[in-house]
Design a protein around this ligand. Sequence first.
Ligand code: 13P
Ligand code: SF4
Length: 306
Amino acid sequence: MKNREELKKEIRALLKERDAIMIAHNYQRDEIQEIADLTGDSLALSQAAAESPSKVIVFCGVHFMAESAAILSPHKTVILPRLDAGCPMAEMITPEDLIKEKAKRPGVPVVAYVNTSAAVKALSDICCTSANAVKVVDSVESEKVYMIPDKNLSHYVSLSSKKKMEWWHGFCPTHERLKPEEVIKAKEKNPDAVFVCHPECNPEVVKLADHVCSTSGMYKYAKASSAKTIIVGTEMGILYKLKKENPDKNFIIPSNSLICPNMKLTTLEDVAESLREMKNIVRVSEDIREKAKLSLDRMLKVPRDF
Ligand code: 13P
Ligand code: SF4
C-alpha cells in the first residue's frame, strides 16, 4: 500500500497524464483539499466545471455536484471518485413529488437549490446555490416562487425577498443537527466571538447569527472580520482553509455533530484508483441534461449575494 505522500504524487502525475482537473468542495477531507487544483462552494465549483479547458474533471464532493458538472460540460469526462457519495437532502424530493407540487401551482416558477438530482433540475425553472439564492429568487419574473428542496434555505430567503414564497420540506441532516442551545453555550464561553452560519441551518440557529452565507462566503467574512474568535455553524471541513488563511484567529465549531458522512467518503486512494482506471464516471441522459442545463445556465447569469 502506498503512503499518503506517494498517493499525492501519483494523483498529481495521473491528473497531468489524463488532462484532468481536480476540484474539491470546502467540506472535503483536509488531504483532498490540499492537493486539489481548486476548492470552493457549490457555485464556484459549477462555474469552474463550466469553464475549465481540461478534458477530465475529478469532482471531490457529492453526486449532485458531479452531475451538475456533467450537465454543464457534456464533452468532458466527469469522475466522482465515490459514486456512493450522495446528498440526503437532494434525495428528499423526487421528480414525481415535484410534478405533483407544480400541478398545485400552475404557472409558479420553481427555484431549485443545486442540491437536487438532474431529473429534478430538468423540471425546474432556475437553480440557485447558497451564494446567490436571494438574488436568484428576486430575479424571477413572478410574484410567487416555489422553492425546493431545503425548507431552511427557503425560509432564510423569504426573510429578505419580496416574493410570495412556498417551499418543499427537505433539509440537510448535518446542518439540522446544530441546536440553538449549542450556539448559545459557545457564545457564553466566548463573549467576544461572532457567529457565522450557513443558511441550511435551522431558523432558530440563523436568528443567532451575525452573518449568514455560503461556505466560500465564510472565508471572505473571516478575513474581513476584526473579531479574533469566530463560531462557525457549518460542516467542520470548512476549518482546513479557515485556519490556513487566518493563523491569528480562533475558530470554534459549536457541535461535534457538524460532520457530513457523505462529504468525508472520498479518500486519496479513491481519487488515485478512479484516475488509474478512469472509472466512476457520472453520466446524465441527453433529454434530462438539456433541460437541466437551462436551469443551471439561468442561475450562472445571476451574480453572487456575497
Ligand atoms: P455551499 O458550499 O455552496 O455553501 O454548499 C454547502 C453544501 O451543503 C453543499 O453540499
Ligand atoms: Fe447534503 Fe448537507 Fe452533506 Fe451538503 S452537508 S452534502 S447538503 S447532507
